[in-house]
Design a binder for this molecule. Structure first.
Ligand SMILES: [Zn+2]
Length: 478
């Protein structure tokens, strides 16, 4: 028992200090570490395995919907970045520059991509000739650099891993369809694969991507009631295709600018997993994304036959297609092992000891609700799929209940200011659409418009009282 206490003490209680709790989990679950370069993180093998699973799931969805992967260079010449005015203004403050090649000063500075619209458009303008070439449905998996002042592992780091899709279409309608198709892929993946409920919708003009016609977002609520923007899909119109002279010869013999989209999710999703499902014992991973779904721990492994029986069970579970590990290390106590796998969020633990073997049973323990159950040795493999599905669903339901509990209506501005300072969460409100009202909320309570919704809250703006039909979600955000 004492080892358990000691271990739990190593992470801060989430109710005492949520930010410290988060950092403790990143370190203790061995997901990432700080690097020698300030603001840059090292993703460790366990964290990277989670990312690889997210990547594989999404990559498959992109390919199923007709997209192909390609790869563009890391560096972008300055003149390309400057071509789209809003875009360069949006990104300039956080761009890292390469000024020298070896000892020689470069004639033109090169920026380390903060996102790749500009370099991709410069190439698309060379490649695209005819309406027959459209649509262009391309995606790249890479890293980008945005020089951040304050950083936190996975949530905001100066370099992060992501995917960026960049597509071209003949009509605005098709481009908008693509923007929403991708938004739906993100929503489905985050809800069904990562078990995190999200709101999906349009961003306000002020919150949209630099150079976009419209930005759509998926927004998740973390356990502390703050919002995390978890993915964005941009309808870029012809802003970039005009600036970069991307033209095609249409079937009517006319030269036209195609309509453009871009979209991305990043390693931020790992931060979302931690803060949506984690508890005071550590990380809680939904079985679908967990690198290891089941850990087998032999109890009293020194007893004859225990290790053999545990390994036999391991072989059976592995053969049935589950991601399973066995920890038969004799130098660590069973209690310490329990704590370690709880910290790392393994969804299901199976204990097998001399007494279980005698009874023809095994003991299972769920990470999500700490429930324990004894299963017959003969039935265990056949029951695993059902148990893991139930864990996946329970984790989602718990997150959804929490979000519902922390979603409120705001229809009185003075009351809203008091409420949100006492209770973080999503606040549904009516908004007139004016920037000044949006900025006033931000200044008064540091909350932003996360996205538009479609409920009827009130027929007047929360801030100015003007008649309006728009409904928005307000929240403090990461
Ligand atoms: Zn207003």
């Amino acid at each position: 028992m004492s080892s358990k206490k000691d271990f739990v003490k190593e992470i801060t209680n989430m109710d005492t200090d949520f930010a410290q709790w988060y950092t403790d989990i990143v370190r203790k679950a061995d997901l990432a570490d700080y690097s020698p370069v300030k603001g840059f993180m090292v993703v460790k093998p366990y964290g990277f395995a989670i990312w690889e699973n997210i990547q594989a799931y999404l990559d498959n969805k992109f390919k199923e919907s007709g997209h192909k992967n390609l790869y563009f260079p890391l560096l972008i010449p300055e003149h390309l970045l400057n071509k789209e005015k809003e875009h360069v203004e949006g990104f300039a403050p956080e761009v890292a520059w390469v000024t020298h090649g070896g000892k020689k000063k470069l004639e033109e500075r090169l920026c380390v991509r903060p996102t790749s619209e500009t370099i991709i458009c410069s190439m698309y303008s060379k490649w695209l000739k005819s309406y027959r070439d459209l649509p262009y449905l391309y995606n790249q998996w890479c890293s980008v650099v945005r020089w951040e002042k304050e950083t936190r592992p996975f949530l905001r780091t100066s370099e992060f891993l992501w995917q960026e899709g960049h597509t071209l279409h003949a009509t605005e309608e098709e481009a908008l369809e693509e923007t929403l198709r991708i938004l739906e892929i993100y929503r489905e993946a985050i809800e069904n694969f990562l078990a995190i409920p999200v709101l999906s919708g349009l961003k306000s003009e002020n919150e949209k991507f630099a150079g976009a016609e419209a930005t759509y977002t998926v927004e998740a609520m973390m356990r502390d009631g703050k919002a995390l923007q978890s993915g964005t899909s941009h309808h870029l119109g012809t802003h970039f295709t005009e600036a970069f002279n991307i033209e095609y010869l249409d079937s009517d013999g006319e030269l036209k600018n195609p309509h453009h989209t871009s979209w991305g999710v990043s390693t931020r999703l790992i931060g979302a997993l931690i803060m949506s499902h984690g508890d005071n014992r550590g990380l809680v991973l939904p079985p679908r994304v967990a690198p290891t779904q089941i850990i087998i721990i032999p109890v009293r492994p020194e007893k004859e036959g225990v290790i053999d029986e545990a390994r036999k069970l391991y072989d059976e579970i592995k053969a049935a297609g589950f991601r399973v590990e066995i920890d038969d290390d004799m130098s660590t106590t069973v209690g310490r092992k329990f704590n370690e796998y709880e910290m790392k969020g393994y969804p299901l633990r199976i204990e097998i000891g001399p007494k279980d073997i005698e009874k023809g049973a095994v003991m299972c323990a769920r990470r999500d609700n700490h429930e324990k159950m004894s299963l017959g040795r003969d039935e265990v493999v056949s029951k695993l799929e059902g148990i893991l599905d139930d864990i996946q669903q329970s984790i989602f339901n718990k997150a959804l209940e929490r979000r519902n509990e922390k979603t409120f209506v705001a229809d009185d501005y003075e009351k809203f200011k008091k409420d949100i300072s006492e209770q973080t969460g999503f606040y549904k409100a009516s908004w007139c659409g004016k920037l000044e009202c949006e900025l006033k909320i931000k200044e008064d309570v540091s909350a932003t418009i996360r996205c538009f919704g479609d409920e009827e809250i009130s027929d007047t703006c929360l801030v100015c009282g003007e008649k309006t039909k728009h409904m928005v979600y307000l929240a403090k955000a990461y």
